[in-house]
Design a protein around this ligand. Structure first.
Ligand SMILES: CC(C)(COP(=O)(O)OP(=O)(O)OC[C@H]1O[C@@H](n2cnc3c(N)ncnc32)[C@H](O)[C@@H]1OP(=O)(O)O)[C@@H](O)C(=O)NCCC(=O)NCCS
Length: 221
């Protein structure tokens, strides 16, 4: 890949950015499952449930079946918040990106382009909260896998921070799963700090420790 540059979103980017966004979010499912499987409250009973058919009835097949059902359930519960979030977003702000982000005060949407290919995307919109300081939300950050590790994600973050600074915002915030994914390293390196934690309101997320965090970057004067 030769160099890349960051520009405003245009209508012809529509299908590509929706696809990059959806893939980026669903990707968190794998990291979520790996995290869930490290929890003693998950793996201990799972081992027992899988081992019992083998010990009592000597049935390896039933053990494998039990293991497959458990893994399927873990995958389903981890994937559900991600896929619901994607379908909600695609019908919400990502439905008419031009109208939602580029025809509204204090909102914006950028893509990174290299060799006529979209190699990253990010959006900004005022964060809705009850009073207090003006905060800008960094949204829809995603870089396709094959273009990662080249500084595109950081450059897109800086684009949002500069945009927020120019418009008089005091902080940039974002929410993301509490997982050791590449976004975790990116935000930590950019100087974001963890502001507060929450669990999405879906069945099983608390038990499986599928937690989210609001990261905050304070803009210096
Ligand atoms: C998060 C994401 C945008 C990062 O994009 P990127 O272009 O690869 O990011 P950059 O190359 O600018 O920088 C990432 C930084 O994190 C570091 N990093 C990434 N993965 C790491 C890991 N596993 N261990 C240690 N550091 C890591 C990189 O080394 C780099 O820091 P450095 O420049 O100081 O070396 C990309 O991984 C992505 O799209 N992920 C899926 C979608 C997603 O999670 N979006 C965020 C939703 S909240």
């Amino acid at each position: 890949m030769s160099g890349y540059y960051i520009r405003l979103y245009k209508a012809s980017d529509y299908h590509t950015v929706r696809d990059i966004f959806a893939r980026g979010i669903v990707e968190h499912t794998g990291a979520g499952c790996r995290h869930t499987l490290t929890l003693p409250r998950i793996w201990m009973p799972s081992v027992v449930v899988m081992g019992l058919p083998l010990l009592i009835a000597g049935s390896l097949l039933t053990s494998i079946l039990a293991g497959t059902i458990i893994l399927g359930l873990i995958y389903y519960i981890n994937r559900r918040p991600n896929s619901l979030y994607v379908s909600f977003s695609l019908r919400d702000d990502m439905l008419d990106i031009q109208k939602y982000y580029l025809q509204c005060e204090d909102r914006c949407f950028w893509v990174a382009e290299s060799d006529r290919e979209i190699v990253g995307m990010v959006a900004a919109a005022p964060f809705l909260h009850n009073g207090g300081e003006k905060q800008m939300e960094l949204k829809r950050l995603s870089v396709p896998r094959r273009h990662r590790g080249k500084g595109i994600g950081k450059a897109l973050c800086r684009t949002v921070i500069d945009f927020a600074r120019r418009r008089g915002y005091k902080a940039v915030v974002l929410n993301t799963p509490v997982l050791k994914t590449s976004s975790f390293y990116l935000y930590e390196k950019m100087g974001f700090r963890k502001s507060y934690y929450f669990y999405p309101d879906y069945f099983g997320t608390r038990y499986m420790d599928i937690e989210y965090v609001i990261y905050q970057y304070d803009i210096q004067e």
